[in-house]
Ligand binder design. Structure first.
Ligand SMILES: C[S@@+](CC[C@H](N)C(=O)[O-])C[C@H]1O[C@@H](n2cnc3c(N)ncnc32)[C@H](O)[C@@H]1O
Length: 274
């Protein structure tokens, strides 16, 4: 028999609830969704109680833990209800609600697009041309183009600029490598991807463009931060509420790409540090 929700358990008072901002929920609505129904959904999601696994048979401990987390993750439920391909979609929604990077008609590249949540958000928020790239296949996303491939492929920058009809105005990277379980190795791989994404962004971005990338706390991000501060007018870090607290993941939002600073540094490497 199902129990009633705890009395007094509301979206704002229940600390287990996701801090999904109201605007994010509104703007995250699936096309055709009724506002009141969506709001009711959001409240219901925020009030949901913990779901226990019915059976652990045939599952490893790690699989059981993952499944239990998925079952009890309000963002997973909200993503399914609202038609987003991934719970990660909420991270971009929350970052964009704060920094307003996605502008109508703009050209966007989404690195590490699978299964397509961020690509969906970019399209939904009015980007003009969106190209997603991933090593894995991605089901078609209406309003976007998808390339199955490695972003480090030397032909990728030119190929993407041709598809967009010019330089990108926003480069997104939510890329993550396959983890090995060996923390130092994983950290190096992750930061290698972030550095690669930054290098890529500097090849495809228009002047004034924006770069948003997943990075991880833990030592070797200093150098990448220095490069970003040189190449962009502002660099800020954000941990969106949808990013799990126990994860050391955070995102960097770099705006105002200034390619002339890179050219100047190449000509005179010592002079123009911030
Ligand atoms: C966390 S997922 C991205 C989720 C996505 N933002 C979403 O909302 O659906 C990270 C993705 O990065 C991709 N990736 C990792 N290395 C890559 C590479 N070298 N080139 C392209 N994609 C890569 C992985 O295949 C994986 O699908």
């Amino acid at each position: 028999m199902s129990k009633k929700p705890r009395r007094g358990s509301t979206a704002s008072s229940d600390t287990s609830a996701p801090r999904i901002p109201g605007r994010a929920l509104r703007s995250a609505r699936a096309p055709g969704g009724e506002n009141s129904a969506e709001d009711a959904d959001a409240v219901a999601i925020a009030r949901q109680k913990t779901v226990a696994l019915r059976t652990a048979r045939g599952r490893t401990t790690a699989q059981q833990r993952w499944l239990a987390r998925q079952l009890n993750d309000p963002y997973v439920t909200a993503a399914r209800k609202q038609g987003w391909r991934s719970r990660a979609a909420f991270k971009l929604i929350e970052i964009d609600d704060r920094f307003h990077m996605i502008k109508p008609g703009m050209k966007v590249i989404d690195l590490g697009a699978a299964p397509g949540g961020w690509t969906q958000v970019a399209v939904k928020r009015g980007a003009g041309r969106v190209v997603g790239v991933d090593l894995l296949p991605v089901d078609a996303v209406a309003g976007a183009e998808i390339i199955e491939g490695d972003f480090t492929d030397p032909e990728m920058p030119d190929r993407l600029k041709t598809m967009l009809g010019g330089p990108a105005e926003l480069v997104l990277s939510d890329m993550a490598p396959n983890t090995t379980g060996h923390a130092p190795t994983d950290h190096l791989r992750i930061m290698g991807l972030a550095e690669g994404a930054l290098d890529f962004a500097m090849q495809v971005l228009a002047e004034g463009g924006t770069f948003v990338a997943k990075v991880f706390q833990g030592g070797s991000e200093r150098q990448i931060l220095e490069s970003m501060k040189l190449a962009f007018a502002t660099v800020r870090h954000v941990k969106p509420p949808a990013s799990r607290k126990e994860s050391s993941e955070l995102y960097v939002v770099a705006t105002g790409f200034r390619p002339e600073r890179l050219t100047a540094r190449a000509a005179s490497p010592q002079e123009d540090r911030d």
